[in-house]
Design a protein around this ligand. Structure first.
Ligand code: B12
Length: 303
């Protein structure tokens, strides 16, 4: 993976090199160090920074952007993704995700935006297309590989906070939990995705075993039974003493489903998750004011 010097990134976005160094030291930009102690910024991290901070790119070629991102992206990424998934064109799916990410869209925004929209449309096909079910299964498989490819391309961390999670017993959905893991990985976490059909008691065990800072639960199959809700609440209470936060989301989670608990959050998108999770991770102090405000709002207990 291409690594940028602080000078290159500074030049690309027209700020001083000392600003880049300071942001790297504050954790606003994730950077590694060379053996000689020089900071190096992975290209995807530089692009994330540019996008999130709406930095003006003066020299796109330094960031591998030969032309403005809008010129290489289709006008309707969700429609484009839907067509590629329907046609089983895996390489087109990978290309589209790569160009969105290289254009500066965050992993979370790609998932909450075009990916979710395309899968929602695919979920309607079975009603009127005899091949709809097969298209849905193939699309799921392609999306899983594409998300795993994104995850593999991210810088690996050995020191980020650990998060564990999955979908509960009886919930076969694989994409949402993988989506959560990918978004956390993009933000410097070390996610352990147990995937679908994971008993909540096993997640409690994983809390002892892996000492995570965060447990996520993704629920697509609904409506959630009273006992399922109680299991989630029990899990949150059990891990509260270890300062572990529990976050629940997914299509089956409606507002007001869960009682208010200090360490239990209900969030409806992976973008909200990314923002809130930063309040738990060391990057908290480095959040820009606009993001800090949003993070504060999200940090209030579940409604
Ligand atoms: C793929 C799919 C399947 C596959 C899943 C395969 C797999 N291995 O994952 C299979 C074939 C198993 C399946 C089965 C069924 N499915 Co289905 N499925 C879908 C489909 C098309 C896509 C789901 C998906 O991956 N979405 C992509 C993810 C990224 O989006 P998301 O789930 O919305 O997640 C977002 C947020 O909710 C949030 N989020 C999710 N989790 C979390 C967690 C946290 C912590 C946070 C913060 C956020 C968060 O962030 C995500 C990104 O924005 C949906 C369509 C749809 N509208 O979603 C139908 C859909 C969910 N299925 C549906 C149905 C009806 C079924 C079946 C009953 C069909 C049948 N007759 O058998 C069965 C039921 C299975 C069961 N055991 O209950 C309906 C549900 C309707 C309802 N509300 O009751 C849908 C909506 C399709 C439709 N329009 O009819 N399905």
């Amino acid at each position: 993976m291409r690594l940028l010097t602080t000078r290159e990134l500074a030049h690309a976005i027209g700020v001083s090199e000392s600003s880049i160094k300071r942001w790297a030291d504050e954790g606003v930009i994730r950077a590694s160090r060379t053996a000689g102690g020089h900071r190096r910024i992975p290209l995807p991290e530089a692009l994330r920074f540019v996008h999130e901070h709406r930095a003006v790119v003066l020299h796109p070629q330094l960031l591998g952007l030969e032309q403005p991102a809008s010129a290489v992206l289709p006008a309707d990424p969700a429609g484009h993704l839907f067509s590629a998934l329907c046609d089983g064109e895996e390489s087109k799916v990978h290309e589209l995700l790569s160009s969105l990410l290289q254009g500066g869209t965050t992993v979370a925004d790609v998932i909450d935006g075009p990916l979710r929209a395309a899968m929602t449309r695919i979920g309607e096909l079975w009603r009127h297309d005899p091949e709809g079910l097969l298209i849905e299964h193939r699309a799921t498989d392609i999306v899983l590989r594409a998300l795993n490819a994104v995850r593999m391309s991210l810088p690996q961390t050995t020191s980020g906070p650990v998060a564990v999670g999955g979908a509960p017993s009886g919930d076969p959905y694989t994409v949402p939990s993988l989506a959560v893991a990918t978004v956390l990985a993009a933000d410097g976490w070390r996610p352990v995705n147990f995937g679908p059909d994971t008993p909540l008691e096993s997640l409690a065990r994983a809390a002892d075993w892996l000492a995570p800072r965060l447990i996520w639960i993704s629920c697509t199959v609904g409506p959630l039974s009273r006992s399922r809700i109680e299991q989630v609440v029990d899990l949150a209470r059990t891990v509260a003493t270890s300062r572990i936060e529990v976050v629940v989301g997914g299509q089956a989670v409606a507002p007001g489903t869960f009682p208010k608990l200090a360490n239990l959050r209900v969030l409806s998108s992976v973008s909200d998750l990314a923002v809130w999770a930063r309040t738990l991770a060391p990057r908290k102090a480095a959040l820009a004011p606009r993001r800090r405000q949003r993070a504060k709002r999200l940090a209030s207990p579940a409604p």
